[in-house]
Design a protein around this ligand. Structure first.
Ligand code: HEM
Length: 205
């Protein structure tokens, strides 16, 4: 089915960016400076009109095709991994719309550098962190959960004695480890960075 093929193709393009993006965030466990240094290097590749246009178009295609597939497959999803694929996809669609909207609002209207401090501001201030901690945690878990679910359907071979289902469990558990590492790295109580005052506007201080 063409729609599924389009969804898979745009998903692969997006995953290349998101894989690097999450690796960048996990780098924060080495310190805010290291995170920002790596982001500045990665920005050479994605912060240009060509890459950002492709990425934004792929995100749009992903959300529209995903929503169409969600509506037609919802009642037929029988297995655990089918359900996981649909609900993680739905959450990712919500997250991407809000996340991209926030990034562009920060960049274009608040004139902020949307670096580590932009992501960390909401995570480190009570009471807004009650929203931002589950909001980001669920996004990372959903990204890995969505891939784990697809892997369980497509993969037919065992690797190192692990069945396709067990391989998917490994992917999912890796996602949980990334979530913990990223939330740890972006929490200034643990890694000791100071959020510049310019970002206080994000938390209403
Ligand atoms: C803890 C989790 C996350 C945090 C704190 C975070 C934070 C950020 C920040 C600060 C930027 C701006 C980057 C820059 O200015 O160079 C950004 C961009 C972006 N993020 Fe995330 N992100 C997270 C997870 C995700 C996930 C799970 C996805 C996708 C599923 C995602 C998709 C994107 C995309 C598509 C961009 C736009 C890139 C661009 O064109 O500049 N992010 N994120």
């Amino acid at each position: 089915m063409l729609l599924k093929k389009v969804h898979t193709f745009s998903g692969v393009c997006i995953s290349l960016f998101v894989g690097l993006h999450l690796f960048n965030h996990s780098y924060s466990i080495l310190g805010a400076d290291k995170h920002i240094e790596l982001m500045n290097t990665l920005r050479y590749f994605y912060r240009n009109i060509f890459a950002e246009t492709i990425l934004l178009l792929a995100l749009l295609v992903q959300i529209i095709s995903g929503w169409t597939l969600f509506k037609s497959n919802r009642k037929r999803a029988a297995t655990f991994f089918n359900q996981l694929q649909m609900w993680t996809g739905l959450y990712l669609a919500f997250f991407i719309v809000v996340h991209i909207g926030a990034i562009f609002f920060g960049r274009l209207f608040l004139d902020l550098d949307t670096n580590l401090y932009f992501g960390a501001a909401g995570l480190n201030h009570f009471p807004v962190n009650l929203f931002f901690i589950p909001y980001y945690a669920l996004a990372i878990i959903s990204f890995f959960g969505h891939i784990a679910a697809i892997h369980s359907k497509k993969m037919k071979q065992s690797i190192l004695g692990l069945s396709p289902i067990k391989q998917s469990v490994v992917i999912f558990v890796t996602g949980i480890c990334f979530t913990i590492a990223i939330l740890y790295g972006l929490t200034n109580r643990f890694t000791g960075f100071k959020i510049p005052a310019a970002y206080n506007i994000l938390t209403g201080q």
